[in-house]
Design a protein around this ligand. Sequence first.
Ligand code: ZN
Length: 156
Amino acid sequence: MVLFQHRPEPLLTRDAFKISVLSALGGKCAFCPAAAVDAHHILDRKLFEDGGYYRSNGAPLCTRHHWDCETTVLGLAQVRSAAGISQILLPSSLSPAGFGAEFDKWGNRFLSGVWTGYRLAGPLAGDPGMIKALTASGLRSWLLFEPPQENENEMG
Ligand SMILES: [Zn+2]
């Protein structure tokens, strides 16, 4: 099951998703004039029990900007905006507790207050691809695997 902030949309096949996403912006990357070569899943497809091949979950990207999205250097709001996507689509794995919260591509939730900048690991906490991507961008140390305690407001 998938929850939508606005209207439901059809689940596409892998091929239909790829064709629709890559042709969306005249064949260009959402962030630069280079040709789109990757149909990027805005939220990782492993977060979706049905594969996540929804048009609102796809952005056309060149190789460089695809890497920036995988490593979360570019965030979800940035990629949705660049790709002209106004619908926020969340898999049921990120709801209902996380509905409306800010996530990264891998379903990790951004924390607030004294923990601003930190992320709480989501359903893909043990995923090697996620760990590899965040390590590559230097953001791995901002990922927490346990919710921070109220009195832990100083990091050693
Ligand atoms: Zn690009």
